[in-house]
Design a protein around this ligand. Structure first.
Ligand code: NAD
Length: 291
């Protein structure tokens, strides 16, 4: 069992830290929101007071924060206060460039660093069945396995530091693009006299089938956009994808279009809806609105 410092107890980090407590680790937690800390201390974690106290003298330090700027701010304190040899795991979704920065700066202080963004959403975090994409060395990946086993159902080493974030960006690119195309397919069927319910059933059983069609076709047809994963977060992820493509000097024209559709959803006031609300953008572009 390890001594763990965990910073960032939001929708995802809260349940993840809870699983680590349940697995028997000694977990010290910190969040800007004291209520999130209280929830975890009720489960048996120790409240850290501040970041320095949370990360000092730990075997493992974990962050689960919204964006690059939060990881940069917290990791700067980790660099200052964590002991040499500490394993640092960042589960946040951020740019590959910032993930590489944590590795380079961490190495100077003797920290071992992994980027480990997750997929599976809030239900996956609550049930402890996240899918984890890991960038870093094999030795550090092996050392982190007890942590991954407590919060996830699958975890894969996908390359060196930063590669976990690259794979997560690729994941979000495919998810966003799939939603945009399923939205257009729905409008096409609905506006040309086909039975869209039966039509999407047929699509789901053929080459066009996907997890999105499996899980979301019913709610999309019903125009139920309760999140799930919010448009605001996917907008952030599209920024990461475009920055990564620029870093690689790669054009990703379809990705650019998907980013604009997601930006439009946000501009239309749908930022807190599920990302399947891209259907509302397709409808607005077509001058149509479902009743
Ligand atoms: P969230 O906003 O619910 O939680 C983030 C937490 O970090 C908040 O509790 C906030 O108070 C805390 N925080 C921010 N700055 C801090 C600081 N300086 N010190 C201490 N605490 C600080 O976000 P979330 O939904 O848990 O997402 C976290 C990350 O996981 C994001 O990068 C997101 O893209 C990614 N992600 C989210 C989902 C999802 O479905 N929500 C799914 C997969 C990946």
């Amino acid at each position: 069992m390890s001594k763990i410092g965990f910073v960032g107890l939001g929708i995802m980090g809260g349940p993840m830290a809870g699983h680590l407590v349940k697995a028997g680790h000694e977990v010290t937690v910190y969040d800007l929101n004291p209520e999130s800390v209280d929830r975890l201390t009720t489960l048996g974690a120790t409240g850290g007071g501040d970041i320095a106290e949370t990360v000092r003298d730990k075997d493992i330090v974990i962050t689960m924060l919204p964006q690059d700027e939060h990881v940069e701010a917290v990791f700067t304190e980790v660099l200052e206060h964590a002991a040499s040899g500490t394993l640092y795991i960042d589960f946040s979704t951020i740019t590959p460039r910032t993930a590489e920065w944590t590795h380079t700066e961490g190495a100077k202080k003797g920290l071992r660093v992994l980027d480990a963004p997750v997929s599976g959403g809030e239900p996956g975090a609550i049930e402890g069945v996240l899918s984890i994409m890991v960038g870093g060395s094999e030795a550090d990946f092996d050392a982190a396995k007890p942590i991954f086993e407590a919060v996830g159902k699958s975890f894969t080493l996908v390359g060196p530091n930063g590669a976990g974030q690259v794979v997560k960006a690729a994941n979000q690119l495919v998810v966003g693009g799939t939603y945009a195309l399923v939205a257009e397919a729905i409008l096409l069927m609905e506006n040309l006299g086909a039975n869209a319910v039966a039509g999407l059933d047929a699509l789901a059983g053929g080459l066009a089938g996907s997890t999105i069609l499996e899980r979301k076709r019913k709610s999309m047809l019903e125009r139920n956009f309760k999140p799930g994963f919010r448009i605001d977060l996917h907008h952030k992820d599209m920024g990461i994808i475009l920055a990564a493509a620029r870093q690689a000097e790669l054009p990703i024209p379809f990705g650019g279009l998907v980013a604009q559709h997601i930006a439009a959803a946000r501009a239309m006031g749908h930022g807190s809806l599920d990302h399947s609300a891209l259907l509302l953008v397709a409808e607005a572009l077509a001058g149509k609105r479902a009743d």
